[in-house]
Design a protein. Sequence first.
Length: 286
Amino acid sequence: ESDFPADWLVALVTSANRLGDEEVQKFTDTYKNTLAKKVEKDLGREIEHINRENLTGAVTATMKLDARSKYSTSTPEWWALAVYFHHRTLKNLRDPLFLSARIVDKAIVVSIAASLFYGTAALFMWTAAPMFSAAAYLPTFMLERALFRRERSDGIFNFLTYYVAKWIEEVIIAVPFSLVFCGIVYASIGLIGNFGVFWITWLLTLLTAIGLSFCFAMLSPTLDFANGSVPSYGGTLLYFMGFLISLNEIPPWWTWYSYFDFLRHGSHNGERVQELQPNWEVLRKV
């Protein structure tokens, strides 16, 4: 059973086949005596009066409020964010399944990077990891698409508010856990650069990957299509990071793609931080 009133209302209305005609009639009779029904009647009379009098420019405040819901939202964006955070984000942060989908994959990458890649392409693999873990964020949008459309039609959220709310929700989880994971990798493989820069670089790379996965989820017609698109796109970025093939050796007609490769910028920033250290030659293979 859902905690959200909107979900409860939809379940109640769509359960007419199970309740039977008698129960449905009781529900209808109860609604007739509510304030919502009275407001509906008053609004109908008001619209009839305007149509009858043919008052072309006369639009009441009630009608303006009702019309707004057809375009975006009848509530301020900051209030919509606060409501979303209170009713969903706090609940998600207490959900082990929600957290495990965002933590377990990175914990596995940490254990591999800390033990297998010592002194060999560690920065390359560590920077590339967020893009391949981005597929875990696809269900966030895909499975809630129908709910979002209904809530948007009800005037609860507009598109940008919902997107920002989901992204902030992921930021709350990403910041503390990325700090822990980066600390483990930094100490395990013996990096000597600035840890703050190393952490911020990886965090920004992760947040960019999350944002891209949200875009794929919103544009993809099905979850299967999105699950195939994100890893495929991430695979193309690996070729333009400057590790598998030098950037100087990339054909001129492909150079433009490297400028949009956020993994390349993250990897090169990590290498640059290490290169500025006096013992960089010792860790040249890292």
